[in-house]
Design a protein around this ligand. Structure first.
Ligand SMILES: Cc1cc2nc3c(=O)[nH]c(=O)nc-3n(C[C@H](O)[C@H](O)[C@H](O)COP(=O)(O)OP(=O)(O)OC[C@H]3O[C@@H](n4cnc5c(N)ncnc54)[C@H](O)[C@@H]3O)c2cc1C
Length: 444
């Protein structure tokens, strides 16, 4: 029986493992093995809401082991350290758990699983992307990132602590204080930066309503987005970019377009024109690159370290190794453009590979065809803007409640791919019923 190993259980990898498990795994035609460094899955496009405290990640995490048991695949927990294409083996590092006494307590947690190897007949690389600092001096040392739940939770705790300190200072100095008490600089005016800025403003307003924090939500917490391009949200039509910028400015969020970051210090971001932007917390949301694991395969990669794939999503140089999502570079043969690092790309590629890898007949593999359904950007509770793409209608701009419903449905579609329609429907009902009983902001 052949073994298919999938490295990375994110937006694409987990959907693929679930689909393959349900088809060839359940039929006993292949052994499907999913490897991830974390024991739980969280849908990455929601990370900015974890960072702002709006969403409790515990409520929306999925246990890989349970999913594996329900969908006929195997799960191995641990960081993939190396992939040896010669011997077709994946080397998985030991897995540690923090806070356990009595089991070989070592720094970095107790080792509960040793280093292991798994052999593959076919490999799918789905290890996503990490923040790209573009070698800007100080950026990696002094910026926070949103690459994982851990990053988002660290951000939330620091953000709330800063707001508390600011509130105390405000109480001591009274209204006399003119400067902002907390300066947050978000580098990158793409969807992540814009969505995070709006969510943070919403959280500060909620904190001010709680009265625990005697904050002036706009004056005391200054949020600034720095964008190198001449407008926010370059993936959207310029009219929608302008509308999003207007919404943000109305929320008291400063937008500095056509501004290139030259250096980041612990307390400031310096731009190429020589201006200093005071910053207590700098968030880097300016771009991504593939992790170094992709280089270890010794296959052709692009300048972002993404592994080059053919139209059948096989890596260029090894037909037994496939790649999908953010860690791969698929250049559309029709128009020559590379697909963006988006969840809808990872999802469509997972659906395609589930078909390809469960094929029983020999012969040339089909070609992946990407369909762009458009982009939606959430401005927290204030608005949602975006465009939808249809075969007949072309690009249609959407905004307001309709855009918000469609934006929320993207996560529900991911859940449906993992749990099926019935369980997703029950989750929607449960979420709706419990929302009034949940805190609006996760404080602790
Ligand atoms: C804050 C934020 C907001 C976003 N919003 C949107 C949006 O609105 N719409 C949209 O389309 N896209 C959005 N994106 C992008 C989207 O999240 C990604 O394009 C998508 O998650 C890519 O899926 P993937 O399967 O390639 O990788 P990921 O979902 O990143 O999953 C990669 C998985 O690999 C695992 N992994 C990595 N390295 C290793 C290793 N060495 N060993 C073991 N496991 C490993 C990770 O733990 C992770 O589970 C957003 C991203 C962020 C960060």
């Amino acid at each position: 029986m052949e073994t298919i190993v999938i490295v990375g259980g994110g937006a694409g990898g987990l959907e693929l493992a679930t689909r393959l498990g349900d088809s060839i795994g359940a039929g006993g035609h292949a052994k499907i093995v999913l490897v991830d460094r974390s024991p739980t899955h969280f849908w990455k496009p929601l990370l900015h809401t974890v960072a702002s405290g709006k969403l409790d990640p515990q409520v929306h995490q999925l246990d890989y082991s349970e999913q594996a048991a329900n969908h006929h695949f195997h799960f191995m927990c641990g960081e993939v350290l190396r992939i040896d294409r010669g011997s077709r083996t994946v080397e998985i590092g030991p897995y540690h758990i923090d806070g356990i006494d009595g089991i070989g307590g070592i720094e970095g947690g107790a080792e509960v699983l040793p280093q292991r190897r798994v052999r593959y007949d076919k490999l799918v690389l789905a290890c996503g992307a990490i923040t790209n600092f573009f070698h800007i001096p100080g950026a990696a040392e002094h910026s926070l990132t949103l690459d994982s739940v851990h990053d988002a939770e660290s951000f939330r705790k620091r953000f709330l602590a800063s707001c508390m300190k600011a509130s105390l200072r405000r109480a001591e100095s009274g209204a006399a204080r003119a400067d902002a008490a907390v300066n947050i600089v978000i580098v990158g005016g793409g969807a992540t930066g814009v969505e995070l800025a709006a969510e943070l403003r919403h959280t500060v307003r909620t904190l001010a309503q709680y009265k625990v924090h005697s904050l002036d939500p706009v004056r005391d917490v200054r949020i600034r987005i720095i964008e190198r391009g001449d407008r926010l949200l370059p993936q959207l039509n310029p009219r929608l970019s302008r509308r999003a910028a207007r919404y943000l400015r109305a929320l008291g969020i400063e937008v500095c377009a056509s501004t290139t970051v030259a250096r980041v210090d612990a307390d400031a971001v310096h731009d190429a024109a020589g201006e200093r932007h005071a910053s207590d917390m700098t968030v880097w949301a300016a771009g991504v690159e593939a992790p170094d694991l992709c280089l270890s395969l010794r296959l052709p990669v692009n300048r972002l370290k993404q592994v080059a794939v053919s139209p059948s999503l096989q890596t260029v140089g090894d037909p037994g190794v496939f790649a999908l999502g953010d860690c791969s570079s698929y250049v559309c043969p029709v128009n020559g453009t590379a697909l963006p690092p988006r969840a809808q790309v990872a999802h469509q590629q997972a659906v395609f590979l589930a078909e390809v890898l469960s094929r029983r007949q020999e012969g040339p593999l089909p070609a992946f065809q990407y369909r762009d359904y458009g982009s939606l950007v959430s401005l927290s509770e204030y608005s949602t803007v975006g465009s939808l793409m249809g075969n007949l209608t072309g690009s249609v701009h959407v905004e307001g409640w309709l855009a918000r419903v469609l934006y929320r449905s993207l996560y529900r579609l991911h859940q449906r791919a993992l749990f099926g329609a019935l369980r997703t429907g029950l989750l929607v009902v449960a979420d709706t019923l419990t929302r009034p009983t949940r805190p609006r902001t996760k404080l602790h």
